[in-house]
Design a protein around this ligand. Structure first.
Ligand SMILES: *Cc1c(COP(=O)(O)O)cnc(C)c1O
Length: 413
């Protein structure tokens, strides 16, 4: 390692079976994009798919397109494709709404499936929207809901007979730490609770086996590793064994058994369809469909192996090149329990990230002191890892980050 050169690192790109995928994306020349965990880039196929949907399907066929071009069940079809990426069985995944809204629907369904139980267990460091949704639902229920927040090592101890659901994010958004889905799902079940997984930083980044783990419920984003575009619709998973009994409160007509019967009485559709709410966003769905289609072409075991190799390389190079500059590793050192990102802590994290972005190395900052770098194996190269670390070293050695313009906080960090 100590003698590793850029040529040796770049040689790994020449041997990389996933290398051809990079050309399937629109990526600006010279940009090293390490933020695909927040917003994936545009697949070239998306441009054509969206243009066709606008010009041909919407443009020529107008309302007839709902039947003629299958818009009416696009959420189910794209859901099926996502289901194959996350180890769900057919009929267990549908695309709908946003991750936040889907959390609301599934948490409410979980509480109805576990009458008499009032607690939801989660991690204090979970993504805020997940926690806010529990708080909002609790308000609606007149305070008859307890959000029990614990640290990662206290999860199992918090599970008792009062818990309706264990709600966890599989890959931590700040640190990238991966939870053991099988073990924690089993622990939830042993306490009689349901396990609800947020797959925002997992879907499309690592192989998942929801069915094999016995997971009950799950949600995830379309715009991160699935490259579905800004604000892409999200997905939700409900294990088949629960679908008959499960009811969600956003009982819109797209979840009705016969939406075009215009029956004044709500009757839920069979299966996963009942977890839809209103009219789907067709243009966004076509973009998501293209992103998911591209992800489905890659062998997820190769994706995962490259992700671990890229993140290992980044950690080793940062420690070699940027030692002495005050960085601390916030991600697990062990690849097996690290998602597709590396997070570093530094008290000047925000301006350092801004100085990197100015130099064409795009990562992001998460409060209070995390510099976060995502390594999406379909388009990030080993050579990019080298160049990103060289840029970080230059920013630190020259104190290029120490300029007022880099300390002005933007609305989105
Ligand atoms: C990105 C992310 C979300 C985003 O939810 P939206 O409803 O799409 O804004 C939710 N949860 C986690 C863990 C995330 O990382």
């Amino acid at each position: 390692m100590s003698g590793l050169t850029r040529d040796e690192v770049a040689a790994r790109d020449a041997d990389d079976p996933l290398a051809p995928f990079r050309d399937r994306f629109l990526l600006p020349d010279g940009l090293i994009y390490l933020d695909g965990n927040s917003l994936g880039p545009v697949p070239k196929a998306t441009v054509a798919a969206v243009a066709r949907t606008v010009e041909v399907e919407w443009g020529r066929d107008l309302i007839a397109a709902w039947n003629k071009h299958g818009w009416i069940d696009l959420q189910l079809r794209v859901g099926e494709a996502i289901g194959r990426l996350i180890g769900a069985q057919p009929g267990e995944v549908v695309v709908a709404d946003s991750t936040s809204v889907n959390l609301f629907k599934l948490l409410a369904a979980a509480l109805r499936l576990r009458p008499g139980r009032r607690a939801v267990v989660s991690e204090r460091g979970n993504f805020p929207t997940d926690l806010y949704i529990v708080q909002g639902l609790g308000g609606l229920l007149g305070g008859r809901l307890e959000l029990r927040l614990v640290e990662a090592d206290g999860i199992e101890a918090a599970l008792d007979g009062g818990v309706a659901a264990l709600m966890l994010t599989h890959v931590d958004y700040r640190t990238g730490r991966v939870h053991d889905m099988a073990r924690l799902t089993e622990a939830a079940h042993a306490a009689g609770a349901l396990a609800l997984w947020d797959l925002a930083h997992s879907a499309g980044a690592l192989p998942l086996d929801l069915a094999g783990c016995g997971a009950d419920l799950a949600v995830g984003c379309g715009y991160k590793y699935l490259n579905g575009g800004p604000g892409a619709p999200a997905f939700l998973y409900v294990a088949e064994r629960l679908q008959g009994e499960a009811r969600q409160p956003l009982a819109g007509w797209f979840g009705h058994a016969r939406p075009f019967a215009f029956d004044p009485e709500y009757r839920p559709a069979a299966g996963i369809t009942r977890f839809q709410c209103g009219t789907p966003p067709v243009l966004s769905l076509r973009a998501l469909e293209a992103g998911v289609g591209l992800a489905a072409e890659a062998d997820l075991r190769l994706v995962r192996a490259k992700s671990v190799a890229l993140t290992d390389l980044f950690i080793r190079l940062v420690e070699r090149e940027c030692g002495g500059h005050g960085f601390a590793l916030a991600s697990p050192r062990e690849g097996a329990v690290r998602g597709s990102q590396v997070s570093l802590r530094h008290p000047e994290g925000y301006p350092i990230v801004q100085a990197l972005i100015r130099r064409g190395v795009v990562g992001d900052f998460r409060s209070p002191d995390i510099l976060r770098f995502g390594f999406a194996p379909l388009y990030v190269r080993y050579g990019d890892v080298w160049d990103a670390v060289a840029t970080l070293r230059e920013v630190m050695e020259t104190r290029a980050w120490d300029r007022p313009e880099f300390k002005v906080w933007a609305a989105v960090t």
